[in-house]
Design a protein around this ligand. Structure first.
Ligand code: SF4
Length: 127
């Protein structure tokens, strides 16, 4: 079970989404929200890792698992984690499911569901 928003411990799973401007970036954000709602972990701020906010960096370092969802092959979120020397236990690039950055007919809910299911599978395998 995920912890509340103001707690931190080594059993915590943190979920980072690139939350990019493109449809696929928004899918990453929506998937992160969905995963948090389903109890996979706590949604956390990738921007705070880039900005090196001390208390948030500390919480990210002591977390048990870090899930990173990127909206395209640029892997911005994963690279921010690397620069912050934060390990990533589960990484997903949503374009590997055929989700386009700028589709003609965006399917935000369906696309996010696909990503959520994949992350659950990877999290189960990683535990
Ligand atoms: S990974 Fe892609 S979608 Fe996400 S912020 Fe970077 S460029 Fe934008």
């Amino acid at each position: 079970m995920a912890n509340g928003c103001c707690t931190s411990d080594s059993n915590e799973t943190l979920i980072f989404a690139c939350a990019g401007a493109a449809h696929s970036g928004q899918v990453s954000s929506r998937a992160g929200i969905g995963l948090a709602k389903e109890g996979a972990g706590n949604l956390f701020c990738i921007a705070a890792m880039g900005a090196e906010i001390p208390d948030k960096m500390n919480r990210a370092h002591i977390a048990g698992k870090r899930v990173v969802i990127d909206g395209c092959e640029d892997h911005c979120a994963r690279k921010i984690m690397e620069k912050a020397s934060l390990p990533v236990e589960v990484h997903v690039d949503v374009t590997r499911f055929g989700i386009e950055k700028k589709p003609e007919k965006p399917q935000l809910i369906n696309d996010a569901r696909c990503v959520v299911d994949e992350v659950w599978t990877l999290l189960t395998a990683a535990s």
